[in-house]
Write a protein that binds this ligand. Structure first.
Ligand code: ZN
Ligand code: ZN
Length: 144
């Protein structure tokens, strides 16, 4: 991957700048109540894992929103930046942060059972309920 392929992004004020060090084009939407309260609407985000470089980290504040994850934003302008699974250090970048949305594809919608009735996306995507999401990501009970 050449430098030209590296996706870049930034917050509203530019204090925080993001560079993706891998190609990630699949956008997922989360309809859960926490995401909607966080951003004013469903959260559209891209699982980028550890393929992320953050400039201006001193301007990033993270709110620990659950036992396993935090939600980061720019403390200057309030732009939501990413959701991070703390233990795994996996980042889920808010899609709106990226400078160039060309090539992004909406591939999935999660917590579809928490979606309020007042909106619907026309995109045909996979959908998962909250229970299905937890079943997929939670470790099997036998292993605890
Ligand atoms: Zn900012
Ligand atoms: Zn959510």
């Amino acid at each position: 991957m050449s430098d030209d392929d590296k996706a870049t992004g930034r917050c509203l004020c530019g204090a925080v700048r993001i560079t993706l060090t891998g190609a990630h084009k699949e956008v997922g939407v989360c309809h859960c109540g926490m995401c909607r309260r966080w951003g004013g609407g469903p959260n559209m985000a891209i699982e980028v894992g550890k393929d992320i470089e953050i400039d201006g980290k001193e301007h990033v504040t993270a709110y620990r929103s659950s036992d396993w994850a935090e939600r980061a934003f720019c403390k200057v302008c309030g732009t939501n930046l990413y959701y991070r699974i703390v233990e795994a250090d996996d980042h889920v970048l808010c899609a709106g942060v990226l400078d160039d949305p060309d090539g992004l594809v909406l591939t999935g919608q999660i917590f579809i059972d928490e979606k309020p009735a007042f909106y619907d996306f026309a995109n045909q995507t996979k959908t998962m309920t909250g229970a299905e999401v937890f079943a997929l990501y939670a470790p099997p009970a036998e292993e605890t």
